[in-house]
Design a protein around this ligand. Structure first.
Ligand SMILES: [Zn+2]
Length: 146
């Protein structure tokens, strides 16, 4: 066995809360709160004020491509040359002119069910979503000597 190690990395786009600590000098708490109110809707780090920031990792969630304008939120790279192998943006599913029924949502290939009607509605065995199918029949002729 003479295996080599290949290095990879994965970029993942997340959404997370940050906590930004700051203080305000005032005579009373009431006065301080009043002054602090302007940071209700504005990022406090944009002001001339001393701020310590803490990432709240426990609030972190991975975004889906649909929450990211259809762009990747997970990307896989080969470290050598930073080569992009692929990502999770919604890939096109080949579901036209296939021999078996392929779910247009998840790509599940249903080899087991052959509906009796030439068109209709089906439910995917894997993702449970409903879709329509059309069966196209190709006519061919064969002959034999009599
Ligand atoms: Zn499906």
């Amino acid at each position: 066995m003479n295996m080599k190690n290949f290095e990879f990395y994965q970029d993942i786009k997340v959404e997370r809360w940050k906590r930004q600590f700051f203080s305000i000098a005032a005579d009373t708490e009431e006065e301080a709160v009043k002054q602090a109110e302007c940071y209700k809707a504005n990022d406090v780090t944009a002001y001339d004020i001393e701020v310590t920031t803490e990432d709240l990792y426990e609030t972190e969630i991975c975004l889906s491509p649909s929450e990211n304008d259809g762009q990747n939120t997970i990307e896989l790279y080969l470290k050598e040359g930073n080569r992009l192998i692929g990502g999770n943006e919604e890939t096109e599913i080949k579901c036209n002119d296939t021999f078996a029924i392929v779910c247009p949502y998840c790509g599940f290939k249903d080899d087991a069910s052959y509906p009796t009607a030439d068109l209709g509605e089906m439910q995917c065995d894997k993702c449970g979503k409903h879709f329509e199918y059309v069966r196209e029949t190709v006519i061919s002729y064969s002959t034999e000597k009599i």
